[in-house]
Design a binder for this molecule. Structure first.
Ligand code: PA5
Length: 471
């Protein structure tokens, strides 16, 4: 049983007109007006959870055997390798990166092996040739395991990386190359599963009803986390805890529903931007993960009835306090088009006192005796106050501390919020048709068979006018 004190908290006071002013703020009347819609979205969610592309809802509950296999495999990897490299992109990369950043030492890769107690960790989520070359410069292949992750099993970026790495491994180790690669993919569909069988690769499956950006609690995220020594059972327990806490269709008690409903109202009031601003370096990449989840799930041209809606809210990542010196001027005085989400931490995993000194400079020495913990908390409070005073909508999610349980809760919170918001917008939360065109054109440009028509369409586009190119 998790104590209430260990639960994450969601505070949306500063979304409300009482605090942020009547012009921009939400009223109880606004909330009451969407109550039925929110309850409907929740009922839809409840009726469909675990089915179709909502298989992610059951991941905290249905992976006992898989978790055993993951822990067994992870133990073997930890014993034999110095580096663990994820090859993946989008939902196959952002979750593993976010959880690594949240739950491992912030300078994990730089720690000596004796302190690290887990392999170094790299996630290669780009095909920049310089990045790949630099990775190959530092890896000792002999002591490296690669985890190629692609749900579709055919993403060009990931498969290119796979081809390069497998070639190197085969040249170095012949038939033993497969010892160095683990595949995580769909059990039935795509090329990777066929390749994995042919090459005899150890394979984990992404359940068919779990899309990329909702897959962090599947083997996509669990294997890398287990290799890093993260308590994956606790991560799943945290997700289950939050899921259970959100079982009611009532905004006043279901925090993810309250979050979705208030964002929905804000979107209707023209708040087109959602800024995610953790005040903890450990949660910096959680904002990246959130950005993909919110953007790809809600950014849709049409709703389920086929009506043009151009739905969505542009997510922006920021880091407190760093971006106070970069973005906050805009958030405080720029257009009234944002909702800022602060992520706070009650208890950091370190406490550092600011040393005495500079007594002759009172405007410096006032800091002495305080801690960095106090400074970061005060700066968040101050920024929150400044935004609120300037009538800028903001809300706060607080983690008692950053641990596997609260991170599991946070992941589930954002996935539920996204699912509810998608249901309130009546859009398909789980597709991404806008990404397909770019993929198809890439295939045409690279001469993939079957894309000749797309290549012809591309060749027929108007030539670029040199008048608009300056060098
Ligand atoms: O959320 C999604 O479905 C996408 O962002 C995918 O994660 C991304 O395109 C990578 O896909 P795949 O895992 O099939 O390689």
């Amino acid at each position: 049983m998790v104590k209430k004190a260990e639960s994450i908290r969601f505070d949306y006071n500063n979304m409300m007109s009482v605090y942020v002013g009547a012009k921009e703020g939400l009223t109880d009347k606004d909330i009451n007006a969407v109550k039925a819609k929110a309850a409907e979205a929740h009922a839809y969610f409840k009726a469909n959870r675990g089915t179709g592309m909502m298989g992610w809802t059951e991941l905290p509950y249905n992976q006992t055997e898989i978790v055993k296999d993951i822990l067994f495999t992870a133990k073997k990897i930890r014993r034999k390798c110095d580096a663990f490299v994820v090859l993946g992109i989008g939902g196959s990369a952002l979750g593993p990166m976010a959880v690594f950043q949240a739950l491992c030492h912030l300078r994990h890769n730089e720690l000596p092996k004796s302190k690290r107690k887990a392999p170094k960790f790299y996630v290669e989520d780009n095909v920049d040739p310089e990045r790949m070359a630099s990775l190959l410069d530092i890896l000792n292949l002999e002591k490296t395991v690669f985890n190629v992750i692609t749900k579709s099993g055919s993403t060009s970026e990931t498969m290119s990386q796979y081809l390069i790495i497998m070639d190197l491994l085969k040249k170095a180790y012949g038939e033993d190359a497969s010892e160095h690669i683990i595949a995580t993919t769909d059990e039935q569909k795509g090329n990777l599963i066929k390749i994995a069988k042919a090459e005899n690769l150890k394979t984990f499956f992404v359940p068919s009803g779990v899309g990329g950006r909702f897959s962090e609690l599947s083997p996509v995220g669990l294997l890398p986390a287990a290799v890093l020594g993260i308590d994956i059972k606790e991560l799943l327990k945290g997700a289950a805890f939050l899921d259970r806490a959100c079982r009611k269709g009532d905004i006043r008690s279901n925090m993810a529903l309250a979050a979705a409903a208030t964002q929905y109202i804000a979107m209707n009031k023209g708040k087109n931007i959602s800024v995610m601003m953790p005040y903890a370096d450990s949660l910096r990449l959680m904002a990246d993960w959130y950005c993909q989840l919110w953007a790809e799930s809600l950014g849709k041209a049409v709703n389920k009835k086929g009506e043009t809606v151009y739905a969505g809210q542009t997510p922006v990542k920021a880091l407190g306090v760093t971006d106070q010196h970069s973005q906050v001027q805009l958030y405080t005085e720029g257009p009234f088009d944002k909702v800022v989400t602060f992520i706070a931490v009650d208890k950091y995993r370190a406490e550092i006192e600011i040393s005495d000194g500079c007594e002759e400079y009172p405007s410096v020495s006032f800091l002495c005796g305080h801690t960095l913990n106090e400074l970061i908390a005060c700066e968040m409070e101050a920024t929150e106050y400044a935004l609120t005073k300037n009538e800028r909508l903001n809300r706060r999610i607080t983690l008692p501390e950053v641990n596997a349980h609260t991170v599991g809760q946070l992941l589930m919170f954002f996935m539920l919020e996204t699912a509810y918001a998608g249901a309130m917008l009546h859009i398909d939360t789980y597709n991404q048709p806008g990404v397909e065109e770019g993929k198809n054109v890439t295939y045409a440009l690279l001469g993939r068979a079957g894309y000749e028509e797309k290549a012809a369409e591309l060749n027929a586009r108007p030539e670029k006018n040199p008048k608009y190119i300056i060098s």
